[in-house]
Design a protein around this ligand. Structure first.
Ligand SMILES: *Cc1c(COP(=O)(O)O)cnc(C)c1O
Length: 230
């Protein structure tokens, strides 16, 4: 199942790259394994996937403990400040830095352990009430502040687009996130030269690639529907 799904996803990524004149190597597929068992992560590993995304710190740490092979783990979900110290040195990227307060905590906890945090700034492009993320207008100012933090490197921007039936509806949000990145880079802020765009999920990753995504975060399309028990 996972193997077949990955073949399909890979084919769609390849075609989206082709359509938009992009190099396949410029897009990294993050397999979003949240709520799914380690056995399914192993299935993906058998298909040569080494990049995984989790949205909860506890679940991420539990899975890391069960897998000895070196993998690239990405934290993609909202991060609470009191959990930051637990992920120091354990993640390749934090995609979900959505406030200056969180960034300050990351600076403090990573500095204590002499580590560098590699982050993306989450932007709420569609301005949805229900979503985390900075407003597009405040993003530059927050980045200017974080740019001065010695233990943080800002690599780019991330967004979670609205849930839509037609993925074309999200094209504008992906395009605008790309524009925002270009605009901020043009300001020549010290220590800020971003080249990563984390955008696109199962429903809309092909459109996101056409608009410049360098990371796509695909869960359901690889591992199947998630079942939440509350
Ligand atoms: C769950 C999740 C995804 C993957 O969603 P799918 O629609 O299953 O592909 C991507 N990004 C974030 C931040 C998520 O929490």
């Amino acid at each position: 199942m996972v193997k077949e799904n990955l073949i399909t996803v890979e084919e769609k990524i390849r075609k989206a790259c082709e359509r938009s004149g992009r190099d396949r190597d410029d897009v990294t597929l993050i397999a979003v394994s949240k709520t799914k068992p380690v056995e399914m992560i192993r299935e993906a590993m058998n298909s040569h996937i080494v990049t995984f995304g989790e949205n909860k710190v506890q679940e991420l740490l539990e899975k890391q403990e069960q897998i000895s092979e070196p993998l690239d783990w990405h934290l993609i979900g909202h991060l609470q400040r009191n959990k930051v110290r637990q992920i120091v040195g354990r993640v390749k990227r934090i995609h979900s830095v959505d406030s200056l307060r969180l960034a300050k905590q990351i600076q403090t906890d990573f500095e204590k352990q002499g580590e560098l945090a590699h982050i993306l700034i989450e932007v709420n492009m569609a301005k949805e009430e229900s979503k985390f993320g900075l407003m597009p207008e405040e993003t530059e100012d927050v980045i200017r502040e974080i740019a001065g933090f010695s233990n943080i490197r800002i690599h780019g921007l991330m967004t979670i687009a609205p849930f839509v039936e037609n993925s074309e509806e999200n094209r504008i949000h992906f395009r605008n996130l790309n524009k925002l990145l270009v605009d901020i880079n043009r300001k020549n802020i010290d220590n800020v030269n971003m080249d990563e765009l984390s955008m696109g999920m199962t429903g809309d990753y092909e459109v996101a690639i056409e608009e410049g995504a360098t990371y796509v975060r695909v869960g359901t399309g690889i591992f199947g529907d998630r079942i939440y028990i509350s």
